[in-house]
Design a protein around this ligand. Sequence first.
Ligand SMILES: *[C@@H]1O[C@H](CO)[C@@H](O)[C@H](O)[C@H]1NC(C)=O
Ligand SMILES: *[C@@H]1O[C@H](CO)[C@@H](O)[C@H](O)[C@H]1NC(C)=O
Ligand SMILES: *[C@@H]1O[C@H](CO)[C@@H](O)[C@H](O)[C@H]1NC(C)=O
Length: 699
Amino acid sequence: MTLKPGPAAINRYRRFFVGLFLILLLVTTLIIYALSTGTYEGDERVHMPILLDNLNRVPEIVIKPDLPISNSRNPQCSYYDCFNVYKCGHKGSDKILVYVYPLKKYVDEQAIPIGSWMSQEFYLILQSIIDSRFYTPNPDEACILVPSINTLNQNRFRTLETSQALASLSHWKDGENHLIFNMVPGSGPDYNSVVELSLGQALIAGGGFSSWTYRSGFDVSLPVYSPMAAQLDSQQIAAQDRPWVVVSSQINIHPEYTQELAHLAQEHSELLMLEACPNMQSSNYSMRCRGDEVYHYPQVLKRAKFCLVIRGARLGQPSLMDAMAAGCIPVMCADSLVMPFEDVIDWKRAAIFILEENLNSLMEVLSSVSDEHVTEMQVQGSWLYQSYFSSINAVTQTTLEILNDRVFAQRARTFEDWNLPPNPLAARSPLFLQLTAPRSQGFTAVILTYDRVESLFLLIQKLSKVPSLNKILIVWNNQPSMIPKIDKPLKIIKTTANKLSNRFYPYEEIETEAILTIDDDILMLTADELEFGYEVWREFPDRIVGFPSRTHVWDNVTMHWKYESEWTNQISMVLTGAAFHHKYWSYLYTTAMPGNIKEWVDQHMNCEDIAMNFLVANVTQKAPIKVTPRKKFKCPECTNTEMLSADLNHMMERSQCIDRFSAIYGYMPLQTVEFRADPVLYKDTFPEKLKRFNDIGSL
Ligand SMILES: *[C@@H]1O[C@H](CO)[C@@H](O)[C@H](O)[C@H]1NC(C)=O
Ligand SMILES: *[C@@H]1O[C@H](CO)[C@@H](O)[C@H](O)[C@H]1NC(C)=O
Ligand SMILES: *[C@@H]1O[C@H](CO)[C@@H](O)[C@H](O)[C@H]1NC(C)=O
């Protein structure tokens, strides 16, 4: 749904009303500008162009002078006593549902609008709610209701009439669960830090709250939105390429602080102090001057490491958003200001705070911040800006997400989720498994076989004795002969082509999460060893867990990677001729192997296990796990097919695989560890009866 105007107004008078309205609008705007210029709070306005296209077709509501108003804002409100949580979770919904009232234009008896009924920013807020996952068109199932009466800018509406309009809303009930958006609160000369309206129990999403007016856990603190920030391109400028340490660019600073800053600027040439340009129109906000030098605003903010954001006549300042958009670290000097989205954002990671009375120590404070910390704060600030502040839509969605997290606290994001940029290299396991996988499922053994029928039959019989075996899957490219009878399910998959990658196909017959891939000639593993291997996999379900291990080393003579099968203290690969892995990796191997690795492996009948180790290590950034002591494996990598003998060529090819794969990945993902898992009582002199795994390490 989009915001569509209601039924057409009386056509005959339409032009007349539109004309009249435009004239009145112009007059009010001029009066407001006239009132707000000429004093030091000249910058105290947020530019909100009026959207004209829908004005003439929206139903008009007349506010009569005797209409009742709600109680005044209840300063004691908290989530627990003013918010009706029973309106949420309607019909088992697992998120808040938000209703937006239809557009109406409120005028007084002289047909004069009671405020600027629509502005671009307010329109975008409403549209953003309607487009969000929280929107409901049904007020009866809504958890939160949003009036479409523009309350964004206190300078632009009449307080009494707007309060009356709110109280007249069909579901208002003294503001219960209503959300009022405001970005410019209070009017002169006192400039209250909260919107002045009779709001009863309503929640306020407001810019420029002070700790005295903000009802923690109930209201939402918004940024004072700055349309100027959008003029900045997204090009990031590193701290060392910024000539100034700090810039002071606001032109509405209190005279007392202006003097203080002028004094500091005299002593410190790295402080750029800008003021309004003397011979420009005072309404031209894109220019700043220092003496005769003229600077473009907000572009000048990209030339300083730190940007001062200081209390003006109003507590909250749009310059905070300008600084963040410019990648300039905000230095906050507004003591009681509640920072935007302060209940979820950790501002200490992205801004410097300085008490107003300590403004004179500004330069000492900033010089004590290390270069490293400057870079960290810059990166964090840019990320916060992009995630939560960069558009009206981002601000609105963040507001709704915060409210949603309060209502559905059990599913709320953590402080880390809100504050840590997702880091692709510190990759998390995509498997979302419990820390330890459940034992009950067991594992599926997938045997890739090459017609070594005799050893295959022996292997099947051996495997059938492993307690956690759930099923055997034999991947066979020939017509199978008679298979021995065992008491576990066994299924044969006939393949059309003799491909190594068949071993990693996520066959639907695999019903367990764990897969044991095993070659048909691996007869030396005991049932105890296999069962123990599965126990270890349960502890490390995102890794390859298995028996024969290898490592990779950098050869600084040939300048190439070398595959190492000698006994070393380190391992970085576990061969998939006998290893457990999660079915997810089979799925990734089949669908998301980078470059032409998969095709290359199938053509050359080699290195499928190295490819699998690369794949898992790249996603998890972890090493595989080796289980139980070394055994005389009959060179498993040489036995993949009978056509290939254990020749040197084959081994050399494996070194080349490592070179080739790391080039495709663009780096070396394999991780080396000195770690092996053995049963707890392994090698302890202890009665065998009492040991769970006895047959371990036999040759
Ligand atoms: C402000 O000054 C700049 C540079 O002189 C000019 O390009 C711009 O149009 C002016 N803006 C306003 C609103 O007067
Ligand atoms: C190559 O590695 C060996 C052993 O680590 C070392 O002694 C030697 O100095 C290295 N050579 C070069 C050219 O780096
Ligand atoms: C490595 O893993 C990351 C994280 O899962 C993924 O985004 C990236 O595409 C992988 N690289 C390659 C070359 O597959």
